[in-house]
Design a protein around this ligand. Structure first.
Ligand SMILES: Nc1ncnc2c1ncn2[C@@H]1O[C@H](COP(=O)(O)OP(=O)(O)OP(=O)(O)O)[C@@H](O)[C@H]1O
Ligand SMILES: [Mg+2]
Length: 261
């Protein structure tokens, strides 16, 4: 089912369960603790398997175009962008690909917490021209997986992400790594993700089931289309057995869902 079909099915049982009308409370837990890295902590589990499936589906989502840099975003804060992108990055690295995960959420960064690395120097330092790229690339406990953390809070994230340094960074990283994964801010609140979306090979929209707001998801998709971003598809997060029924024929008892075009 395409996201357009889901968005159009406003009155249907499926859409009723997928979207929520009221505003949600912001979850700040991952800001201080990082996200759950189930693909590292518990690689032999159903959820890890689902992340492997998501990774495979991303790899096959664009046959006519090389997908080396991928950005994960969502319509609103706290919808699972970091959880999904970080776990997909681990899944990719386990396939013996050299992967770099970049914390492009300069406002609500979590990657340094999730991987337990320093955030003293990161993307904000590199983008503001104070350090070179090699300085901000850090190895992680996962073989083949490297990270660039957000760096200290900057007053002008949109300007930094929209400058020329990011193009230089992409050019260098695509030579050094097989796969570049951007954990980006939400698309509807600030322009950061929209700006970045134009510079990567593909964009994935994370949609938390029963939490996302239908108007918000429609708006996010429009914003990406406005800048001609290459939308690969969306990932339904927080899927339960119950709300997968009639959607995946009920056989998929997933938590995180899979990429849909
Ligand atoms: N499938 C899931 N099941 C249970 N909890 C989840 C799931 N996905 C995300 N969460 C929880 O939701 C919270 C927000 O997740 P996460 O930090 O990944 O979202 P985010 O979109 O990156 O947020 P932000 O906009 O702050 O960057 C976290 O506490 C995370 O553990
Ligand atoms: Mg995040």
């Amino acid at each position: 089912m395409e996201i357009n079909q889901i968005l159009r099915r406003g009155g249907s049982k499926v859409a009723f369960k997928l979207f929520k009308k009221t505003a949600k409370k912001l979850d700040n837990y991952s800001l201080s603790h990082g996200v759950s890295l189930v693909t590292y902590d518990n690689p032999i589990s159903t959820i890890s398997e689902q992340f492997n499936t998501i990774r495979t589906n991303i790899q096959f989502s664009s046959v006519d175009r090389n997908l080396q840099s991928i950005l994960f975003t969502s319509s609103a804060p706290s919808e699972g962008k970091s959880t999904v992108s970080n776990n997909v990055a681990v899944s990719w690295a386990k396939q013996d690909k050299r992967v770099i995960l970049i914390d492009a959420d300069l406002r609500r960064p979590t990657i340094h917490r999730t991987f337990g690395v320093s955030n003293h120097l990161g993307l904000s330092n590199y983008l503001s021209g104070t350090v070179d790229l090699e300085t901000v690339i850090q190895p992680t406990m996962v073989e083949n997986l490297f990270v660039i953390t957000s760096g200290p809070t900057a007053p002008n994230p949109s300007e930094l992400l929209g400058g020329n340094r990011i193009n230089e960074m992409l050019a260098t990283l695509t030579e050094q790594f097989d796969c570049l994964i951007f954990d980006a801010p939400p698309i509807n609140s600030v322009t950061d993700a929209q700006v970045l979306a134009t510079r990567v090979d593909g964009v994935i929209l994370v949609v938390p089931c029963g939490i996302a707001n239908k108007v918000g998801v429609t708006q996010a998709k429009k914003s990406l289309e406005t800048v001609h971003a290459h939308i690969l598809g969306f990932i339904m997060n927080r899927m339960t057995k119950e709300n997968m029924e009639g959607y995946y024929g009920g056989e998929y008892s997933g938590y995180y869902g899979a990429i849909q075009k």
